[in-house]
Design a protein around this ligand. Structure first.
Ligand SMILES: [Mg+2]
Length: 331
């Protein structure tokens, strides 16, 4: 049984962990693994790319922007309401923060008055299988960490605003489930990987076969008992913007490196590719495992703290926890 204080800290850890992974990862987007590793190892050198080395304070991108909107919505609705989440996206998404063109079109359609259930097919007729629904889903993992059946339904509902392709939807389920499993882990111990794989398989079995295949690969890779080279991880699981080529990758890195938050984020960034989203997803999972107390203070101090920055994010995490606690304390 997790104490109230620890559970509260884990809510903060997941939200700030996403923020950290996103903010630190965003300077490396699109690099190959070798280049990403070089820049990661030489952050303080004047010779590295200025976007990486001189980006202070470290600002967040669409991943954190949408995550915070989902948190606000869950607080307002005491659960997942796609209609309300769409309203928060319409009100608060800052489209200057590195949004993909599909997401920009979706938010603009919402602002123009289109219904939330009409938006997802305006950009991709058959639905998007990008990782956009997974990158913002960590609050769903937190809020439903006690009930994986409800979590599965809620993760798909929140995905449906922009991602109706099963790969996009179930990528969100896998990420939310990983966050939930991390909440239930002891922060003083390493991640119980075998147990987590069993739970993930139970939740994902009725989704697309791609996620079951990815789970099988993760199981094999973890069984090797060593930390694989970035190239090997990318070849096996991917580092792209597609949900099925990035969510399993984030789960593998998080399970393999947690509870060491900094090592996990470095490993995620070293993969190159969609670094902000993969590192953001890793950050949310590891943050849910270790709580804010397990996050690096010297990294947190580098985060932007404007109107919707660090203090705002921490306050939202607190309110999300209070909302959860009020419901479950009395039931
Ligand atoms: Mg981003």
């Amino acid at each position: 049984m997790i104490s109230k204080e620890l559970l509260h800290d884990k809510f903060r850890g997941a939200i700030l962990g996403c923020f950290l992974g996103d903010a630190f990862g965003s300077g490396f987007e699109g690099m190959n693994p070798e280049k990403a590793r070089f820049h990661m190892d030489n952050l303080d050198s004047p010779s590295v790319h200025h976007f990486v080395s001189k980006k202070f304070p470290r600002s967040y991108t669409d991943d954190t922007d949408m995550t915070l909107a989902v948190v606000e919505s869950i607080i307002q609705s005491s659960g997942v309401s796609p209609e309300n989440i769409a309203k928060q996206f319409s009100l608060y998404c800052d489209l200057t923060r590195g949004y993909a063109i599909g997401a920009i079109k979706s938010v603009l359609a919402l602002r123009a008055g289109m219904k939330w259930y009409e938006v997802a097919r305006i950009v991709f007729e058959n639905g998007s299988f990008g990782n956009g629904a997974a990158m913002r889903v960590s609050p769903v993992g937190l809020f439903y960490h006690h009930d994986l059946d409800s979590l599965q339904e809620a993760a798909i509902q929140q995905a449906n605003i922009t991602h109706v392709h099963p790969l996009g939807q179930w990528g969100a389920v896998m990420q939310a489930c990983s966050v939930a499993l991390a909440v239930n882990q002891n922060p003083k111990e390493s991640f119980k990987k075998e147990e987590a794989i069993i739970h993930l398989r139970e939740v994902l079995w009725c989704g697309p076969i791609e996620y079951i295949k990815a789970l099988n690969k993760i199981e094999e890779m973890l069984a090797q008992g060593k930390k694989l080279q970035a190239r090997e991880v990318v070849q096996s699981l991917g580092n792209g913007v597609e949900a099925h080529f990035s969510v399993p990758t984030a789960c593998y890195i998080a399970m393999n490196y947690s509870p060491d938050f900094c090592d996990a984020i470095r490993a995620a960034i070293s993969l190159g590719g969609d670094t902000d989203t993969i590192a953001g997803m890793v950050g949310a999972i590891v943050g849910a495992h270790v709580g804010e107390k397990g996050l690096p203070v010297e990294w947190i101090e580098q985060l932007e703290d404007g109107p919707r920055g660090l203090s705002f994010a921490r306050d939202l995490a607190d309110r999300l926890f209070e909302t959860w606690w009020k419901i479950h304390q009395t039931s």
